[in-house]
Design a protein around this ligand. Structure first.
Ligand code: NAD
Ligand code: MG
Ligand code: MG
Ligand code: MG
Ligand code: MG
Length: 349
């Protein structure tokens, strides 16, 4: 895509004072799923005074958990029937089938379908009737952070998008939902289902999950194949990654360059673009094209329909990469500063 194809627009950002709780106060929200996002949205909404019913399969182990968190639980179909707002916080890969079986038959004119990611709407896996609102509030954090921030009177930044505004009130209601889960305390950026979906997929494929994991593995293998010890390769290519990324998170690239040695800065500035070169840039553009034209979405949907043969093979191969065994051993030898925080996090999820 050339630079001219997409206009750069200043995004609207909304805060608490932009949201009116009345837009959701009289409504019932069905939160479908009680995983990462579901447990956080359901509890935050409920603590904000919104009427919540959690929708779960009858055999779900989360049923008791949600009840012991003080929430009403029903099947997805019952919850959808009861609700004015159906918040679809299921894995993206099951949303379309749950929509057909449990949600669609229970949607009434004026109801809202609410998402935390745009995949199924943007790629037409869910095609809602014209008389319902379709919105997205997507916190930019895993659910346990959304919940923890809310409990600590802090906010979690989020995205807002309106795909369909049948009632004329979709935006107000979405903002009230964002406020009730704590997102407007930090700020909610307006986007579209298309932009959220495409940038999310590109980011996780090219840079965050895919790009960074491959960069680490290639660096590790380069050192080990040249005869250096796996432990040294692990420290240089994997362990230090977090320290560098933390600096970027806190203060941008500048904070990172400022805090490494001048030797590291000069070496990085001269050699970085030799590694991530024009060919890598062309590869990124190809990955983006596959996201934009739906090739990736079609591939992933049929992979799921086929029972995930490639996914399973790749998932297992990654687990068996030598760097994982080396890392496990090394991590066992050292005391990590944030060990307590980490175990607290996983316990909450
Ligand atoms: P998750 O896998 O953590 O939880 C999914 C929940 O759905 C679980 O409670 C599971 O038991 C339940 N479930 C699974 N299959 C079901 C079925 N057939 N019927 C009923 N319930 C079923 O999912 P998540 O990570 O919270 O993702 C939910 C949505 O939020 C997705 O659209 C995802 O893209 C989006 N999102 C996730 C994050 C994140 O950090 N996890 C961040 C932003 C947006
Ligand atoms: Mg209803
Ligand atoms: Mg993302
Ligand atoms: Mg994603
Ligand atoms: Mg070094």
């Amino acid at each position: 895509m050339s630079d001219n194809d997409m206009q750069t627009v200043e995004s609207n950002v909304y805060y608490d004072e932009d949201a009116d709780g009345e837009a959701i106060a009289q409504k019932t929200v069905a939160v479908l799923g009680y995983g990462s996002q579901g447990h956080a949205h359901a509890q935050n909404l409920s603590d904000s005074g919104v009427d919540v019913v959690v929708g779960l399969r009858e055999d779900s182990s989360s049923w008791e958990v949600a009840e012991s968190d003080g929430l009403d639980v029903a099947t997805p179909a019952e919850a959808a029937a009861e609700a004015d707002i159906v918040s679809v916080l299921l894995p993206d890969t099951v949303q379309a089938s749950v929509y057909e079986d449990a949600i669609k038959p229970n949607l009434e004119a004026g109801d809202t379908l609410q998402f935390a990611h745009g995949f199924n709407i943007h790629y037409n896996q869910i095609q809602p009737p014209e008389d319902v609102d379709v919105t997205m509030i997507a916190p930019k954090s895993p659910g346990h952070i959304v919940r923890r921030n809310y409990e600590n009177d802090q906010g979690t930044p989020g995205l807002l998008a309106v795909y369909q505004n049948a009632t004329g009130e979709a935006q107000d209601e979405a903002l009230a939902y964002a406020a009730a889960i704590g997102c407007t305390r930090a700020g909610v950026v307006e986007t579209t289902f298309q932009e959220e979906t495409e940038t999310d997929l590109f980011g996780e494929q090219a840079v965050l999950c895919g790009g960074i994991a491959s960069l680490i593995k290639q660096g590790y293998e380069t050192l080990v194949e040249a005869g250096y010890s796996p432990e040294m390769a692990y420290f240089e290519c994997m362990n230090e990654m977090k320290l560098i990324v933390d600096l970027m998170y806190e203060g941008g690239l500048g904070a990172m360059w400022d805090s490494v040695s001048h030797t590291a800065e000069y070496g990085g500035l001269t050699r970085g673009d030799e590694i991530i070169d024009d060919q890598v840039r062309a590869n990124m553009e190809e990955v983006l094209e596959g996201v934009q034209n739906g090739t990736f979405a079609r591939e992933w949907i049929s992979e799921n329909q086929a029972g995930r043969p490639s996914y399973t093979q790749l998932h297992n191969a990654e687990k068996n990469h030598e760097i994982e065994a080396v890392g496990e051993e090394l991590r066992g030898l050292f005391a990590w500063e944030d060990e307590e925080e980490e175990s607290e996090e996983s316990a909450e999820v």
